[in-house]
Design a protein around this ligand. Structure first.
Ligand SMILES: NC(=O)c1ccc[n+]([C@@H]2O[C@H](COP(=O)([O-])OP(=O)(O)OC[C@H]3O[C@@H](n4cnc5c(N)ncnc54)[C@H](OP(=O)(O)O)[C@@H]3O)[C@@H](O)[C@H]2O)c1
Length: 235
């Protein structure tokens, strides 16, 4: 499907850095966009800021049993973006089971239930992009749960691409996206990553948005894990 102006897009986690940028991009193209937040008021106000063709709804994917009901009034969609994250640091030495369970639930059970709940409103030409990350390849102390979850996202898209064909499933694994709010107060960490990145340029939100467009539009791409990190993983 080319980048049609009449595409209908659902962005789960559309109020954050990357999700919001994606909503702005598709809204500017004339798509009908639904964004989600855990907070209905926040979803509505950010949707109104972005444009008249954007609608905001409440959705908490940490409580998967409620997902289908909260998505009930979302109509037919052509593109599904699952971006939501609850950030977490959890060491094995001081293991917090409740935090680990929540992180696993959001990205694994929650993401899968979103797909399950929306299946009856996705055509055969629909395309799904799911967000992981690079903690699997570049772990750090406290990343065990995130590392496991990101690894599972790599596998999740493959089984979904097979089981739910011909709908296509791909994943984006961003490196450190320095212009996202998540990194706004960590200039020293950003400088370290930039120093390790060939050419010293961190990947940006615009780079990620462009990569999503490629995964959505190119019908030959299916079950692919795409890293967007400016080459950080090379050294
Ligand atoms: N930024 C980076 O450098 C980076 C690096 C690696 C991977 N990633 C991945 O890229 C994606 C986007 O990252 P980001 O930095 O743009 O994220 P972000 O700014 O933290 O935004 C997170 C989004 O997830 C939503 N959310 C949080 N908890 C939720 C829940 N329980 N149920 C439903 N929605 C929930 C938030 O909505 P509300 O708060 O409004 O509820 C918000 O829209 C994530 O999957 C992240 O793992 C990002």
């Amino acid at each position: 499907m080319s980048e049609k102006l009449d595409a209908k897009v659902l962005i789960v986690g559309g109020t954050g850095g990357i999700g919001r940028a994606l909503a702005e991009r598709y809204a500017s193209l004339g798509s009908e966009v639904v964004i989600t937040s855990r907070d209905a008021g926040k979803a509505a106000s950010i949707a109104a800021e972005i444009g008249p063709n954007v609608r905001g709804i409440a959705l908490d994917i940490a409580e998967p049993e409620g997902i289908a009901g909260m998505l009930a009034d979302v109509g037919q969609i052509d593109r599904l973006l699952i971006v939501a994250i609850e950030r977490d640091s959890n060491t094995v030495r001081n293991y917090d089971i409740a935090k680990a369970r929540r992180a696993v639930t959001v990205k694994l059970v929650g993401y899968t239930e979103v797909v399950h709940a929306m299946l009856d409103r996705m055509s055969e030409r629909a395309s799904v992009v799911i967000f992981g990350g690079l903690a699997g390849e570049r772990p750090y102390p406290g990343s065990t749960t995130v590392t496991m979850v990101n690894g599972a996202v790599r596998s999740m898209i493959k089984t979904m691409a097979v089981e739910l064909a011909p709908i296509r499933f791909n994943a984006i694994h961003p490196g450190i996206i320095g212009d996202t709010p998540a990194w706004a107060d960590k200039p020293e960490a950003l400088a370290e990553v930039a120093a390790r990145t060939p050419g010293g340029r961190l990947a940006t939100t615009a780079d990620v948005v462009d990569a999503v467009k490629f995964l959505f539009n190119n019908r030959g791409v299916n079950g692919v894990n795409l890293t967007i990190d400016g080459g950080w993983m090379l050294q």
